[in-house]
Design a binder for this molecule. Structure first.
Ligand code: NDP
Length: 378
């Protein structure tokens, strides 16, 4: 089976290394907790309110500096961990990460009052609280998970690229390096715009359960880099210099387009929520009134109702194509997950929005902006 999947190199570890790989996530999560706690942070009031006080939750944001410190420690091997360790230990780390996030979930559920645990399976998967804070509010659960998961993802992608370079040297696949650079840029962009992410779906709707722990710390951190599990052991696909150049330039341009759509939509919504009358990139906001709420209908949010996911879909395809092995299923692991995820997420959010804004106002938005994600198509 492992040979059939083409990932036997990821099992090529000594027994001690396998155990170390299993515990790597726990050590790394603890290091992130310490670094996020110790580094200076910007204190900001978020969008989501505390249900018991009605006041906005306060976050201590230091994602970019945490990212820089952790990537520097990894790159210069300051802890003695080899640069390719994240990649080589991927499978055992996913196993360990799954066990540890299961334990975190149980601790979170059982530390809450009994009456909040109505349906144990639902509580396990979705959590029974929306967020929690530690160390006198210094660490907020969701932003800790996202900065940790995102930074681990960037390190995993670069670790895989480093492994690949050691294996093939001059005969390396340039697509593998671009794949790692794309994830690096994607996460740096996330860290730079950390504050605007306080206004997104997970912060508003998700509970702290296994779905979020495992999703952020294992799937986002490790499994999103899985195209390299199968493809870092393949050399340059030898498409010829013209087609390789075309692929690399084309993928880079489309990467920027996808990122621009996703980030632009996010920033426009963030600007609108904080300053409802302020223009964004010269676009004056127009909205539909829904009691004390407002539905934005111009700019990115007037092109499709979740045009931000259109950006993610472009990125999903580009992350697969850039590796140059178009028919290899490993190239598509990340892309197919994201496509399925966004299609489902859009349906769920559409339902939530209908509840929040009322069917009349949301129905009016549906009439004005006909398509869900892809303008003119879907
Ligand atoms: P969104 O940023 O789309 O947030 C959804 C919420 O925004 C809604 O519940 C509603 O909340 C508000 N909203 C939606 N439409 C409007 C409108 N027209 N006017 C005013 N408010 C509106 O959700 P996500 O968290 O899913 O996405 C955030 C970013 O993360 C996106 O750029 C997305 O592409 C990216 N992403 C990346 C993923 C990845 O793994 N690569 C996965 C998922 C998302 P309310 O009214 O309560 O403010």
């Amino acid at each position: 089976m492992i040979e059939f999947l083409g990932i036997e190199h990821l099992f090529d570890l000594s027994p001690t290394e396998k155990i170390l790989g299993f515990f790597t996530p726990l050590i790394v999560y603890a290091a992130f907790l310490l670094v996020q706690l110790l580094l200076p942070a910007r204190k900001v009031a978020g969008y989501v309110t505390n249900p018991s006080t009605g006041e906005p939750i306060v976050y201590h944001l230091n994602g970019l500096i945490v990212f820089i410190v952790m990537v520097t420690v990894w790159w210069f091997e300051l802890t003695g961990m080899p640069r390719d360790w994240f990649y080589r230990s991927s499978i055992f780390a996913v196993m360990g990460g799954t066990v540890f996030t299961t334990i975190f979930t149980f601790i979170t559920i059982f530390s809450q009052p009994k009456e909040t645990r109505k349906n144990p399976i639902k509580a396990f998967w979705s959590g029974n609280i929306r967020e929690f804070t530690l160390f006198n509010g210094r660490i907020e659960s969701k932003m800790f998970l996202y900065i940790t998961g995102g930074t681990i993802l960037a390190i995993n992608a670069m670790s895989g690229a480093w492994y690949h370079y050691q294996l093939f040297g001059e005969n390396s696949n340039p697509g593998v390096f671009l794949f790692a650079i794309f994830f690096l840029v994607y996460i740096i962009d996330y860290c730079i715009h950390e504050r605007s992410t306080l206004y997104t779906f997970d912060l508003i709707h998700e509970g702290i359960g296994f779905k979020l722990y495992w999703g952020a710390l294992v799937i986002y951190g490790w499994a999103f880099a899985s195209p390299l599990w199968g493809l870092a052991v393949y050399p340059d696909p030898e498409l010829g210099s013209f087609w390789m150049g075309f692929l690399l330039v084309g993928a880079s341009v489309l990467f920027l387009v996808g990122l621009g759509i996703s980030r632009g939509s996010n920033l426009q919504k963030y600007t609108f929520k904080r300053w409802p009358e302020r223009s964004f990139m010269g676009i004056k906001p127009e909205y539909i009134e829904a009691n004390d709420r407002k539905i934005l209908v111009t700019g990115f949010w007037g092109i499709a109702r979740h045009f931000n996911y259109c950006g993610e879909l472009i990125l999903a395809v580009i992350f697969a194509l850039v590796l140059g092995y178009f028919t290899n299923l490993w190239a598509w692991t990340y892309g197919s997950f994201i496509i399925g995820f966004c299609l489902r997420r859009e349906r769920t959010d559409d339902m939530h929005c209908e509840e929040k804004y009322g069917s009349e106002a949301w129905g009016e938005y549906r009439r004005r902006v006909k398509h869900r994600i892809i303008p003119g198509i879907y």
